[in-house]
Design a protein around this ligand. Structure first.
Ligand code: PXP
Length: 256
């Protein structure tokens, strides 16, 4: 059904309007603030600038250990931003309650380990079907769209449908870390195959993790890709050119 990536470069986009939206993850603005435990930089300001630069959504990960984003950030963002608010979180009763109380637009469930630097792998949806179903159903009843962060693995995509999710976010970390044309191509094909499965099952298709200004295009060209969630590379570029421009540049690359 999909056009496969034929060589090393991606094929041109099939349809003009088949362009994914951009969710900007601002966790690392909060990481910088927490390094001194003070008031700056303010994540809300980063979100407003990202919005001006063309972000279609703002993503934050409220971690159990509150190492970067704090509860007050979520409250302020909910009040101030006009684009979609996507909350990344672990599937726990505490987090489900927080998501509902703050009326976030979307939740992305992720696995969470205390010692990790960042989210390391996708959810084992198949192995945690019962627990995930409960949280997904509670969130959906509250009118919140639910996405599951999964490795590019067709069985985990199928399990996401079984769990009742609306959407999957395909983990692009291995693709982003791959070195050498052959390995990059293999990782890309894994993502394309998992994406095909999601689209065939009528799940909304997102992707993210490790995407940057050099590797985003191939992922943005995957047909039916709805949204890319990008944080570290945009915040890193924003240090030099400002958030608004960093987001605008990423939007332009995604549109190419
Ligand atoms: N998507 C998910 C589910 C994530 O956990 C993260 C990292 O917080 C991202 C996207 C963004 O990854 P990066 O900061 O590498 O762009």
């Amino acid at each position: 059904m999909f056009i496969r990536i034929a060589g090393q470069t991606a094929l041109p986009r099939e349809k003009e309007n088949d362009v994914p939206e951009l969710g900007v993850n601002i966790d690392h603005v909060a990481t910088l603030r927490q390094a001194r435990g003070g008031a700056e930089p303010e994540p809300l300001m980063a979100a407003m600038a990202a919005q001006l630069g063309g972000a279609d959504g703002i993503t934050i990960h409220l971690r159990e250990d509150r190492r970067h984003i704090q509860d007050r950030d979520l409250v302020l963002l909910r009040q101030a931003i006009q684009v979609r608010l996507n909350l990344e979180m672990a599937a726990t009763n505490e987090m489900t309650g927080i998501a509902i109380a703050n009326r976030v637009d979307m939740v992305t469930l992720v696995p969470e380990k205390r010692q990790e630097l960042t989210t390391e792998g996708g959810l084992d949806v198949r192995g945690n079907l019962k627990g995930l179903k409960k949280h997904i159903s509670t969130l959906k009843k509250a009118g919140i769209e639910v996405s599951l962060f999964v490795d590019p693995d067709t069985d985990q995509v199928r399990a996401s449908l079984d769990a009742g999710a609306d959407c999957v976010e395909i983990h692009t970390g291995c693709y982003a870390n791959a070195r050498g044309r052959r390995v990059v191509k293999e990782e890309l094909l894994r993502i394309i195959t998992a994406s095909e499965e999601a689209v065939d099952l009528k799940l909304r298709l997102n992707a993210g993790h490790g995407l940057n200004y050099l590797n985003v295009r191939e992922i943005a060209l995957i047909p039916c890709m709805q949204e890319l969630n990008i944080g570290h590379s945009i915040v890193s570029r924003a240090v030099f050119v400002g958030m608004e421009r960093a987001v605008r540049e990423m939007k332009e690359l995604i549109r190419l």
